[in-house]
Design a protein around this ligand. Sequence first.
Ligand code: HEC
Length: 246
Amino acid sequence: MKRLKNFLLLLAAAPVLAFASGAGPHLDKAPVNLADQDSLQRGARMFVNYCLNCHSASAMRYSRLQDIGLSEDQIKENLLFASEKPGELMKISMPKAEAKAWFGAAPPDLSVISRSRGADWLYTYLRSFYRDDSRATGWNNTVFDKVGMPHVMWSLQGEQIAHFKTVVDHEGKETHAFDRFELIKPGTVTLAEYDAQVGDLVNYLVWMGEPAQLQRKKLGIIVLVFLGIFFVVAYYLKKEFWKDIH
Ligand code: HEC
């Protein structure tokens, strides 16, 4: 009985516990829209240009990009290196051990990163690199402290530094909290444009995490329409069958 009581107490406290563990950095909402093919195509281009040199996406074939409206020629001309073929997987040639030696951590495969990290985390992470001379790469990140990845899109976003503030919580404990970024060297695009580009990239990463979801949603609508029509037919059939019995 006592055990049951403890269990119920724990159950009651669960939302509070969940809240406590969720007190991570503030995440911005990613503008995900899988119906926007232009955005997915721009995101695919960014992914190939900026991410694929270090990360692989080995669950993904280049030819699958036809699902987001790219033709085979467009894939060949814009997204492939000379040696690759559209049917190939998005692999990289960088050996894992060397990557680990260079960055302190091997760049993980990004095929399903949107499912493990979530779109909002990715969107915030890719916009939260800041200059930190104490790091080997010269970069740190407010969402992923001491990250081994350098800021690969710094030429677009520019260079920012992070300001921190000391906050005292209700128990009087002092903590170091992120306050704001300051752009010290502008990039080639404005911050709003950079946000939009990262939005496209994250949109693509979400699609890549489950490329079948576009078809699945279409199928779902067809099934619903079928059920709707079937319901009407079934209703009139039932009326027909029962009309002499009442
Ligand atoms: C110069 C090599 C390099 C490039 C280019 C690069 N990354 Fe990384 N990335 C890394 C390394 C190394 C790590 C591992 C960092 C760590 O664990 O400290 C990493 C980690 C990550 C993570 C965190 C993974 C996790 O959950 O632990 C994400 C997400 C990510 N990269 C996304 C990207 C995206 C998107 C791009 C393209 C815009 C990109 N990376 C380009 C080297 C790179």
